[in-house]
Design a protein around this ligand. Structure first.
Ligand code: G3P
Ligand code: MG
Length: 243
């Protein structure tokens, strides 16, 4: 299978606009990106797009995300830390992000982030919201570092594309991917070995590597079979001729 793009935006396009905001998703689209990755996590009363477990790095507040209501989170500025030009950016709810991504004609790699204790809460809610708000499942994959998240998704839905994320790829990757009938393996480009990449491709999975922001860093990965790079900076890849 040939994947439709070689360049997937990371957290929208995190080099171009504050990560995981609607502006970041728009920036990815404006750059010509077809696929974006964003992170969904759990707040006190719903699902929001945010990478960290705490608000400290990417907002004008601090402390855990999970104890705040969506109404409280919506009051925060999540753009000024990146640049004063983005001081109106707020944390998107999952529904807002899904609608925005579709309005731009993009495809979505939705990464589910949650603590182990929240797996049984977050997964049914994500699936419910996708069924209400996302129209074309051929333009969607669900990814997670947590294999129990992906098992729980697969228990609910037979067809959704699932992507197992790894930092360092463990020896049992083949069994884990086979158990969930995975679509892809997404791994840290810095830790990927040629032999493992070749084995992943031989087993029939797509191979995506995060988070490389310069084409030279993944030059040999294309020869190993990497299908797409997940990058904060899609423009640099497009300018280098990678599409
Ligand atoms: O999905 C690839 C990448 O987003 C995983 O790492 O920490 O950026 O969510 P992180
Ligand atoms: Mg992510």
């Amino acid at each position: 299978m040939i994947f439709e793009t070689k360049v997937m935006g990371h957290r929208g396009a995190a080099k171009l606009a504050p990560e995981n905001t609607l502006a970041s998703i728009s920036a990815a689209a404006n750059a010509g990106t077809q696929w974006v990755e964003i992170d969904v996590t759990i707040a006190a009363d719903g699902l929001v797009i945010f990478h960290d477990t705490t608000l400290d790095r990417c907002s004008n507040d601090s402390g855990p995300v999970q104890t705040k209501s969506i109404a409280e989170l919506k009051k925060l500025d999540v753009g000024s830390w990146f640049s004063p030009n983005f001081n109106n950016e707020t944390i998107p709810t999952l529904a807002e992000a899904l609608n925005h991504i579709q309005s731009l004609g993009l495809s979505l790699n939705l990464e589910i982030k949650c603590a182990q204790k929240d797996v049984e809460n977050i997964v049914p809610e994500v699936i419910k919201q996708l069924s209400h708000h996302w129209k074309d499942t051929s333009k969607l994959c669900i990814s997670s570092f947590n294999k129990d998240v992906l098992i729980a998704v697969r228990d609910i839905d037979n067809d959704l594309r699932l992507s197992q994320i790894y930092k360092d790829i463990p020896d049992d990757w083949s069994e884990t991917l086979s158990n969930i009938q995975a679509f892809s393996l997404n791994c840290d480009y810095q830790l990927l070995q040629k032999e493992t990449a070749i084995a992943i491709k031989k087993a029939g999975y797509l191979l995506f590597c995060y988070t490389a922001n310069e084409p030279e860093l993944v030059q040999e990965h294309w020869q190993w079979g990497m299908d797409a790079v997940i990058t904060d900076d899609p423009i640099t890849f497009f300018n280098s001729g990678i599409k």
